[in-house]
Ligand binder design. Structure first.
Ligand code: ADP
Ligand code: F6P
Length: 326
């Protein structure tokens, strides 16, 4: 196997707090190990359009505490075509890049896997998404920060919900996954979470809400994961309003504020460990893997497994929510 002298690094898909810490760790670890680093702007778009620059140690100074990504990010339809990936490969060769580090979510890592197999090219993925929906890793970079942001928002909504004795539906991101909704509900002390992995009918929901109201309080907060399966918070609120007009219902959609902000210590640590591990993995001859964490340990996960969309959610937590909110 040829020695890796130059690596390329890019961020792709939805940005996530901690991506900068990951870029910093990748860059500094690579340089420490005698490699050159190329930063690729705007994810796969920049790879296709040749937006590639040298990254030196000082280029990643003072970024560990910033959300977003200094390399910018994008979604790129062209990379889903053979022609697009061919152009990307030509630019990789032009810049003498021997291995690629892709920081992104399941779409980005699906693209990475496709590229790696098509061109027999070494790729290492880092799980960078607030959704926490990559398999084979307990946490993704950005998830903890987003969760803390959600908790912060729920705390504030609780003040007004309890003052007005209202029922609030709060919609959170997560694409097809309910991690942010479920654990956001647990951290925020919400009455219920509606997530795509577990179906909740309106009558079940009403029971949960009534329990909350009856037992000890006159307000309730329900976190709803955005998803065609849950129908989202607006849809759910409309159904509840029709069937239970006694409740004064309000909806808050948290939206993109969940994606920004200073990364938490946990995300910075995870990103730093994973970024360094990506370089270690390449030096060990690992190819086409994602760096994951399993009970605090860094592990190597085949890309094919990481993108399988089969990460399980702990159903018991949903039960516990019921008991804890009574
Ligand atoms: P995320 O990585 O956050 O899940 P997306 O799903 O939007 O975000 O994917 C980011 C980018 O990854 C896409 O815009 C596209 O360029 C690339 N991508 C996604 N899926 C594939 C695929 N199956 N083949 C090639 N490239 C892909
Ligand atoms: O994957 C991250 C994510 O924030 C999802 O939770 C959400 O569904 C999506 O990206 C939103 O994408 P965009 O920023 O393109 O609206």
């Amino acid at each position: 196997m040829a020695a890796i002298k130059t690596i390329g690094v890019l961020t792709s898909g939805g940005d996530a707090p901690g991506m900068n810490a990951a870029i910093r760790a990748v860059t500094r670890s690579a340089i420490y190990n005698g490699m050159k680093v190329k930063g690729i702007f705007r994810g796969y778009k920049g790879l296709i359009e040749d937006e590639i620059v040298d990254l030196e140690t000082h280029d990643v100074s003072n970024i560990i505490h910033h959300g977003g990504t200094i390399l910018k990010t994008a979604r790129c339809k062209e990379f889903k075509t053979v022609e697009g990936r061919q152009r990307a490969y030509e630019n990789i060769k032009k810049h003498g890049i021997d291995a690629l580090i892709v920081i992104g979510g399941d779409g980005s890592l699906s693209g990475a896997r496709q590229f790696a197999s098509e061109f027999d090219f070494p790729v290492v993925g880092l799980p960078g998404t607030i959704d926490n929906d990559l398999s084979g890793t307990d946490h993704t970079i950005g998830y903890d920060t987003a969760l803390n942001t959600i908790m912060w928002c729920v705390d504030r909504i609780r003040d007004t919900a309890s003052s007005h004795e209202r029922l609030f539906f709060i919609e959170v991101m997560g694409r097809e996954a309910g991690f942010l909704a479920l654990y956001g509900a647990l951290a925020g002390g919400a009455e219920a979470a509606i997530i795509p992995e577990i179906s909740t009918e309106v009558d079940q929901l009403a029971e949960l809400i009534q329990n909350g109201f009856r037992e000890s309080k006159n307000s309730a907060i329900v976190l709803v994961a955005e998803s065609p399966v849950t129908g989202g918070a607006m849809d759910l609120a409309e159904r509840v309003r029709k069937e239970f007009p006694q409740y004064d219902v309000r909806v808050t959609i948290l939206g993109h504020l969940q994606r920004g902000g200073t990364p938490t210590a946990q995300d910075r640590i995870l990103a730093s460990r994973m970024g360094a591990a990506a370089i270690d993995a390449l030096l060990e001859g690992q190819r086409n893997i994602m760096i994951g964490d399993d009970d605090e340990r860094i592990i190597y996960v085949p890309l094919s497994k990481a993108i399988r969309k089969d990460k399980t959610i702990d159903r018991e937590i949903l039960e516990k929510l019921k008991h804890l909110s009574k």
